[in-house]
Ligand binder design. Structure first.
Ligand SMILES: [Zn+2]
Length: 438
């Protein structure tokens, strides 16, 4: 296949030195970054297939390290209900979640992520095979975990039925080029020790990620202390399931000792600052984690929790909330926040040798921000403009695995988007009716 070229862009490589190439050129071949450098490269690669970046900012595709994309169909319902997960979300899902809804929601959610510059997303939900199907059809990269939980769920009559589904799901997708199947026990308080260990065994057997909500809820923390006289992190370590395959979402209620354990076990941390602040759950101590060089990425959590699926919004919140919380405006310069959104997320997923930075030989997952819009000027500092001034609607072009999926701010296959919007309209009234009964 002939090369395709992206020219006239300011490249934030996010490599180890955070090199920036102004008026840069990136050469793509097949699904990889084949070459990159300054404008001299244009004479080396005479190609008809040229994207003019119009002095925009080119960054590695952003990585959402924790979400439940399909829940977008419920977004804005019951936003201010206290103890919402148990009182509202679980009953709502019990009544409404089925294969079709998961597939439709995943499609909608993935489209929203793509338009906001997310090229890899990490998901945990029921009927995860439907999420994989939607991701594959849209061409996005996904690390997708089937939920394992101690009660009857939408895709399994029996408690913990997710374990069998999960093994079938892993077998089905394990050799795919875009989908990485994973095991997703919901949380320490919705799984017993035996099933957590079985989930870990499954993850070990297939060498796939094990992802879980950890140290997120006050009642989870209290329950662990009461039953085991340990914090949630210490409990999970005591049963032997923390490893470098483990992705810990939230990790808010963690002590210094817990952070040491997470570091020692090389656990990846998904920081969900938007969802955590809206849910009044607390501020995860990521300053310490970042200083220790731990694997740290950003997540949106489900769209009922954070109400957005893009990482651009998260970046701005990371800066603002941690500076405020620590009363220190020098914390987390914008370049470090973009690091969490890109290569940091790739480290969490153990995929940093493939994605997360713009370097020769890596997968061609790229996002181009236009700089023409009024909010993008003046442009003195690329990182600062991206983190604090930009919004998802400044994303102009998105490439995943060498394929252009978003161009001129629109999904290239626009008919898919129209259809999905139409289908969502059709089920909206039913969802509203059911939600009123809760
Ligand atoms: Zn979550």
């Amino acid at each position: 296949m002939a090369e395709s070229i992206i020219k006239n862009v300011n490249i934030l490589t996010m490599n180890a030195d955070k090199d920036i190439i102004e008026k840069g050129v990136v050469v793509l071949k097949d699904n990889l970054i084949h070459d990159m450098g300054n404008e001299d490269l244009l004479s080396k690669y005479p190609s008809d297939n040229i994207i003019d970046g119009k002095n925009g900012i080119l960054i590695p595709g952003m990585i959402n390290t924790h979400t439940h994309a399909s829940m977008v169909v419920f977004r804005s319902l019951g936003d201010d209900v206290p103890d919402r997960l148990k009182r509202y979300i679980f009953p709502l899902e019990k009544k409404l979640v089925n294969k079709e809804l998961v597939y439709l929601g995943a499609k909608y959610g993935i489209i929203e992520m793509l338009l906001g510059g997310v090229t890899t997303f990490t998901d945990m939900y029921f009927f995860e095979d439907e999420v994989a199907r939607a991701a594959k059809e849209l061409g996005v990269r996904g690390v997708l975990g089937e939920t394992i939980i101690n009660f009857s769920s939408p895709d399994s009559e029996e408690p913990y039925g997710g374990l069998d589904y999960c093994e079938w799901f892993i077998e089905k997708w394990k050799d795919d080029n875009l989908i990485i199947p994973a095991v997703a026990p919901h949380a320490p308080y919705t799984n017993d020790k035996h099933h957590l260990q079985l989930a870990n065994k499954l993850s070990e057997k297939y060498d796939v990620p094990l992802m879980m909500h950890v140290a997120e809820m006050g009642y989870e923390y209290d329950q662990c202390l009461e039953e085991y006289d340990m914090t949630p992190v210490q409990y999970l370590d005591s049963i032997g399931i923390l490893s470098e395959r483990f992705i810990s979402a939230h990790s808010i209620l963690v002590s210094d000792k817990d952070i040491d354990i997470l570091e020692k076990r090389k656990v990846g941390i998904s920081h969900n600052v938007g969802a955590n602040s809206k849910g009044a759950k607390g501020v995860a101590p990521i300053t310490k984690m970042y200083q220790k060089g731990m694997k740290l990425g950003l997540g949106t959590d489900g769209p009922m929790s954070g109400n957005t699926l893009d990482i651009v919004t998260q970046m701005s919140l990371v800066g603002k909330i941690h500076k405020l919380h620590n009363k220190d405006r020098s914390l987390f310069p914008a370049s470090e926040i973009l690091e969490m959104a890109t290569i940091g997320g790739a480290r969490v997923l153990n995929m940093d040798n493939e994605i997360g930075s713009i370097e020769i030989g890596k997968k061609a997952d790229l996002v181009l921000f236009e700089t023409d819009s009024i909010n993008m000027q003046p442009l003195y500092d690329y990182y600062s403009v991206l983190v604090y001034s930009s919004n998802p609607s400044n994303v102009d072009t998105v490439i995943v695995d060498g394929k252009i999926l978003v161009k001129n701010k629109k999904l290239v296959e626009s008919n898919i988007m129209d259809k999905v919007k139409e289908q969502l309209k059709m089920i909206k009234n039913n969802i509203l009716e059911v939600s009123k009964e809760l």
